[in-house]
Structure formats: C-alpha cells, structure tokens
Design a protein around this ligand. Structure first.
Ligand code: WQD
Length: 340
C-alpha cells in the first residue's frame, strides 16, 4: 500500500489522521519536531491501530534535513502537511517565527515534491483565510480577506504558493482543506488535544475548567449581533476531519481531482454559539461549568460556519459526529489525561 508522509503527525489533527490512514491500510511516515507534541502520542496511535508508524524527529526549517529525508524516502506517494505553528495571539507577538516555520517549511517540501514523477499534496488550511465573511454559510468562493493575524496570513500565502507551483507543475496534485473549528478526541481517549500551557481555544479551556485545572472560563463577549450575543463557529469533530483527509488524499492518488489545485471547506455546516457549546458540554458531562462573561477578544469574527456542499458532493464526505459527541469525547480525553 502507498507510503504517505504526515508532517506534524504527532499533533492534534495529525495524529487522528494517521489513525485513519492506517485504518485504510496506508504505510505512514511521521515527521514531527516535537515542539508542540510528545512521543507519547506515537504510543497512543500504536495502541489504537496496532501499527507503529515510522517516526523521524526533524526540523523542517532545515532545508538540508528535508532534502536528506526525501532522498531516503523516495517512494513517498503523498504528503499531508500539518506541521506549522497555529496560535493566533503568538503569531502577532512573533510574526517572523510564523513566517519562517509556516512558509519556509512549505517551500522546502514543495521543492522535493517537484522532483518526483508524480505527487499528491494535502495542505492544512483554515477558515481563518475568510476573515469575517459577508455571507453565511461560507462557500469556497467567498473572498479571501486581509488576514487578521500573521498566522492567518501564513495560511493565505501558503495556498498561493501551492497554487502557483501547481500551475507550472502538472504532476503535482494538491488540495487545500480549510478547517473550521476542530474539537473532540478519538473515542478510545488514547489521543486528543494536548494544548501546552494555557489553552487559547474554547473547548480545551472548557474541559480544563471542568476538571479543575483552570479556575473559571471567560466568555469573550455576549454583545455580538447573534441570537444569544456570543460568537458563532462551526465545531467539527476531529475524527470527521481526519477522515476527510484520507478521502481527499484518495481523490488525488486516483487522479479523480478536476484540477491540480482544489480547495474544500471542512465543517459541519451548522453554527454553534459559545453558550451553546457550554450547554452541550454541561449536558454530556453532567457538570455545571464555572464561567463568566467578559469583554470581547481582539480579532474575533462574529460568525463563521461552512457551506459544506462542495465537500459533500465532490469528495463524497459529510461530517457524521455531533457537537455532543465532540464534547463527550473531549471530556473523556481530559479525564483520561489527568488520571495519569
Ligand atoms: C472560539 C470561540 C472565542 C476561548 C480557532 C483557532 C485558529 C483557527 C480557527 C486553525 C470564539 C470564544 C475562546 C475562551 C471564549 N484554527 N472563546 N473563551 O477563534 O474560532 O480560532 O479556529 O486554523 O487558529 O484559534 O477558535 O476556540 O479560540 O474561539 O469565549 O477562553 O470561543 O471568543 O468566539 P477561533 P477559539
């Protein structure tokens, strides 16, 4: 079966995607620099699938290391590229770290893929490229707006780099997957979201508050023009998201792609407010969450949820798991991690 490289394969979405690739029989090689993950994730993957992926600790910012890796693994048929820094706030404080880690690494990988007779490339992009879209739900044709952060800019620039490269390299087939808000964990609770330090994202902050690591959740504003005043997002279960990556990869490996650069929105198609997420969590966990309403967070968009018809119709993919499933699995994971 084809050999697939997963960069950032020990990360949150990466590890869940490795599990789904192995479930489909692919041979997986993981590159990770362990800057935002740990080797324990490799054990988690192995304990779920029974197959230990090949792992190489490698800093993709080092061009020669990338060249050496591809020379050693010349029979790689596809690459799913997750490795990147992704904290919006951090990117504002340290833009050059983001441009180096998210852009240079992409260029080095694409240079290697261009040397192959044929290659399939899946890029981890984000709904953040849309900024505050004018219309809901958001389609892939919505205008890419001025990024709200250097992080978001690296995703926009990344898509442009891939598009330009595909234009002159017909044998390079690429898909950019624009994620909405990935949440939840594998049902086994053997892998999940491992935020290092204080979580920036809503769901890990909720579960850490519920388990007592955090004192109280701050809800960033309830004065938005939405039904309950809090921001709306499209929370997609990470397992549904992982399965979409395998489907997108198969599309390229079997040359079913319509052009050699495509983009797909990956969400549930349903928007949920912050208060609705809290209510879902309280329902599935049977706990009352300690939260308070505070001021708005700089850079938050009011509403973002996906029009998923392109992914439904062309990929034949649709999210299966609900917000309650995601909250329940996130809570199970938090309890498991803290029990260690
Ligand atoms: C969701 C909602 C907050 C924390 C994320 C990533 C970004 C990109 C897209 C990958 C917002 C509110 C949050 C808290 C809160 N991912 N919130 N209290 O902002 O949509 O962006 O997904 O590309 O990198 O950051 O997700 O989970 O940070 O916030 O009230 O403690 O929850 O205001 O409305 P966001 P988030």
């Amino acid at each position: 079966m084809d050999k697939i490289l997963v960069t950032g394969g020990l990360g949150f979405i990466g590890s869940h995607t490795v599990v789904e690739l192995q479930n489909e029989g692919y041979q997986v090689v993981i590159i990770d620099d362990l800057s935002n993950s740990s080797l324990a994730v490799l054990d988690g993957i192995t304990s779920i699938t029974g197959i230990k992926p090949v792992f190489e600790k490698l800093d993709l910012k080092e061009k020669t290391s990338v060249e050496t890796f591809f020379a050693k693994h010349s029979n790689i048929k596809g690459v799913i590229h997750f490795a990147a820094s992704k904290a919006v706030g951090e990117s504002v404080q340290n833009p050059l770290l983001y441009y180096e880690n998210n852009i240079n690494t992409l260029v080095y990988i694409l240079k290697e893929l261009k040397k192959l007779p044929e290659s399939s490339f899946i890029f981890s992009s984000s709904c953040t490229v849309y900024g505050q879209a004018d219309e809901m739900p958001i389609t892939e044709n919505a205008p890419v707006k001025l990024a709200e952060s250097p992080y978001g800019n690296t995703k926009q620039i990344g898509e442009e780099i891939i598009k330009d490269t595909c234009k002159i390299s017909p044998k390079l087939k690429a898909i950019a997957l624009r994620y909405f808000n990935p949440v939840g964990s594998h049902e086994s609770a053997k892998i999940g979201e491992l935020p290092i330090g204080v979580p920036q994202n809503l769901v890990p902050f909720i579960t850490q508050t519920a388990i007592g690591i955090r004192e109280q959740l701050s809800v960033f504003g309830d004065d938005y023009p939405t039904p309950d005043g809090t921001c709306i997002r499209d929370y997609i279960h990470v397992v549904d998201l992982a399965k979409a990556h395998v489907i997108a990869l198969k599309r390229l490996l079997s040359s079913k792609n319509k052009t050699n650069y495509e983009t797909f929105n990956l969400g549930t198609g349903t928007g949920s407010s912050v208060l609705e997420v809290i209510k879902s969590f309280e329902k599935v966990s049977g706990t009352k969450l300690n939260y308070k309403i505070v001021g708005r967070r700089e850079g938050d968009v009011i509403s973002a949820y996906a029009n998923t018809s392109k992914a439904n119709n062309e990929l034949g993919w649709k999210s299966q798991l609900t917000l309650d499933d995601a909250m329940s699995s996130a809570w199970k994971w938090e309890q498991k991690v803290r029990a260690k």
